[in-house]
Design a protein around this ligand. Structure first.
Ligand SMILES: Nc1ncnc2c1ncn2[C@@H]1O[C@H](COP(=O)(O)OP(=O)(O)OP(=O)(O)O)[C@@H](O)[C@H]1O
Ligand SMILES: [Mg+2]
Length: 445
C-alpha cells in the first residue's frame, strides 16, 4: 500500500463549490479502501447526495451580497442533504477570490548526521508556521518569495505545501525520511489570500450552521480532479475558466507550485455580447452557448443568427446578424483573457517549470474554439479537462464546470501532501495553529 493510500480519509466528505454562476454541493461516502488506478486520485468515493443551485450574490468569485449568497448556499446544501437522507456538519470549500499570492519559501533545519524521521519533518513545517505567524524562523526566501508578504497581517495562509525536499543540497527528494544528512531543506509553497474575503465567506457558511474543514484554492482543486500523474510530475498549467474568474494552477513534481486568480470569466463575455448587440443578458447567454465561438471561421460571414433586442419580445420579427458579428465580440475578450494568463505565468517565474502542457476546465472552456485560441496565444499544447468520474455523480454534474467541485472531494480525501493550516477562528477552536499542524502530521505521516 502506498503512503497516500494510507492517508486517505474515509467516511462522509462534503464539497461546497461556491461559484459565480452556480453553487454545487456534493456529499461523498468513502467506504472502500483506495485502489490504484494510474491517476493521482486513488480512492473511489461514491456520491450519495448532490445539490445544484444558481448562484447569487457573487461577483468575480467573491461574495458581494451576504444574504442572497447564503440563501443560494442553503438551497444547494439542503438539496444534497435531502438526496443523501443525512445532515452534514462540515464542508470543504473552494476559494475563488481574495487575490491569492503564491510564495515559495526555503526552510531548513539541522539533522546532525542522524536519520531523518517524522520529528524532523515536523520541525521544518513548524519553521514555516513560525515564519507565517511571527517571522522568527530561520527560513530563507527564494527568488519568488518574500517573508514580509507571507506574514502580511491583511492576509491569511490557506495552503502550505511542501514542494520538494533537499538533503545536504541534493534536490528532488519527495520523502526524505530514512535518509541521513546534516541539513534538511524544504521548499514550501505558501498560498495566502485577503483576510476580508475569507472572513466574509466563513461567516456566510457558518450562518448556515456548517463548519469549514478546509478552504481550497479553486484551480488547485480543479487540477486534482482532472490531471493525470504524468502531467503533475512533468509540469502542467490548469486554467479554470469560470463565470467570474479565470484561475490558474501550475503543477510540477507532483504538486502545485503556483496559483493565481484573474477576475474575468464567461460572464464578461456574455455582458460584452449583451452590450454589443443590445440584447438581454439571458438572450446573450443563449447566443453565446448556441452560436458563439472563440475564433472566427470562414463561414461566419454568411451564417445569419436571430437577435432579440432589449425591449422586444420573442414575437417581434427577429433581427438577423451575421455570426461573424457575434464572434467578433467574443474573440477579443478571450484573447485578452489568455494574454492575461500568459502575463501572470511569465511574471510568476513558473512558466518554464509549467512546461508546455495546459489543461482547460470550467464551464466557459466549453465555448467552441477555446482550445484552439488558447493553443495559439499561450503557445502550448492544450487539452480539455474533464473531472475524474465519481461514482454516483449525476451526468449533469460531470462536465468541466464541475472540475472544482470534484477536486474538493479529492482534496478532502487525500490532502495531497498539503499541510492545511487553519485560519484564526478555527485556530481558536483547535488550540492553535501548531497544534492543528501537529494533528495533521500525526494523521498523515
Ligand atoms: N457551452 C458553453 N459555451 C460557452 N460558455 C459556456 C457553456 N456552458 C457554460 N458556459 C459558461 O460557463 C460559465 C460558468 O462556468 P462555471 O460553472 O465553471 O463557473 P463558476 O464556477 O460558477 O464561476 P467561477 O468559478 O468563475 O466563480 C458561464 O459564464 C457560462 O456562460
Ligand atoms: Mg468555478
Amino acid at each position: 500500500m502506498t503512503k497516500s493510500q494510507n492517508r486517505a480519509r474515509t467516511g462522509t466528505i462534503v464539497a461546497l463549490d461556491i461559484g459565480t454562476s452556480k453553487v454545487c454541493c456534493l456529499i461523498a461516502r468513502v467506504e472502500r479502501p483506495p485502489v490504484e488506478n494510474g491517476t493521482r486520485i486513488i480512492v473511489q468515493p461514491r456520491i450519495i447526495g448532490s445539490g445544484l443551485q444558481v448562484s447569487a450574490g457573487l461577483k468575480n468569485g467573491v461574495i458581494i451580497d451576504v444574504e442572497v449568497a447564503e440563501t443560494a448556499i442553503r438551497k444547494a446544501v439542503s438539496a444534497a442533504e435531502q438526496m443523501a437522507g443525512d445532515h452534514i456538519r462540515s464542508v470543504t470549500v473552494n476559494l475563488n477570490g481574495g487575490k491569492p499570492l503564491s510564495k515559495t519559501i526555503g526552510v531548513d533545519v539541522d539533522i546532525g548526521g542522524l536519520k531523518i524521521d517524522d520529528s524532523d519533518l515536523q520541525r521544518v513545517f513548524q519553521r514555516t508556521v513560525s515564519l507565517n505567524t511571527n517571522g522568527n524562523g530561520n527560513g530563507q526566501t527564494n527568488s519568488h518569495s518574500s517573508t514580509q508578504a507571507v506574514k502580511d497581517p491583511g492576509r491569511e495562509l490557506i495552503h502550505s505545501i511542501p514542494v520538494g525536499y533537499a538533503v545536504d543540497g541534493n534536490n528532488g527528494i519527495r520523502d526524505p525520511r530514512g535518509m541521513f544528512g546534516e541539513r534538511l531543506s524544504v521548499n514550501m509553497h505558501m498560498i495566502t489570500a485577503a483576510n476580508g474575503v475569507i472572513k466574509t465567506l466563513r461567516s456566510v457558511i457558518e450562518e448556515t450552521h456548517l463548519e469549514i474543514d478546509d478552504f481550497v484554492i479553486a484551480p488547485y482543486a480543479s487540477g486534482l480532479s482532472t490531471l493525470v500523474e504524468d502531467e503533475t510530475d512533468l509540469g502542467v498549467t490548469v486554467i479554470d475558466m469560470g463565470a467570474g474568474t479565470t484561475s490558474i494552477a501550475v503543477f510540477s513534481d507532483g504538486d502545485t507550485v503556483f496559483t493565481d486568480i484573474i477576475p474575468v470569466g464567461g460572464a464578461h463575455v456574455t455582458n460584452d455580447i449583451a452590450r454589443g448587440l443590445s440584447t438581454p443578458i439571458a438572450h446573450a447567454e443563449r447566443l453565446k452557448t448556441l452560436h458563439g465561438a472563440a475564433m472566427a471561421t470562414a463561414s461566419d460571414e454568411h451564417e445569419l443568427i436571430d437577435v432579440l433586442h432589449v425591449g422586444e419580445d420573442e414575437h417581434n420579427s427577429p433581427n438577423h446578424i451575421p455570426r461573424s458579428l457575434l464572434n467578433g465580440i467574443i474573440q477579443p475578450r478571450l484573447e485578452e483573457t489568455f494574454e492575461l494568463v500568459r502575463e501572470r505565468l511569465t511574471d510568476s517565474g513558473f512558466d518554464a517549470i509549467a512546461g508546455r502542457r495546459v489543461v482547460l476546465t470550467g464551464g466557459a472552456s466549453q465555448l467552441q474554439g477555446t482550445q484552439e485560441l488558447a493553443t495559439i496565444i499561450l503557445d502550448k499544447q492544450v487539452r480539455m479537462g474533464r473531472p475524474l468520474r465519481l461514482r454516483g455523480l449525476p451526468d449533469s454534474m460531470s462536465g468541466p464546470a464541475f472540475a472544482t467541485s470534484a477536486g474538493l472531494i479529492s482534496y478532502a480525501i487525500e490532502k495531497p501532501s498539503a499541510v492545511s493550516i487553519s485560519t484564526p477562528n478555527i485556530k481558536k477552536e483547535t488550540g492553535g495553529l501548531g497544534n492543528r499542524l501537529g494533528n495533521w502530521l500525526n494523521e498523515h505521516f
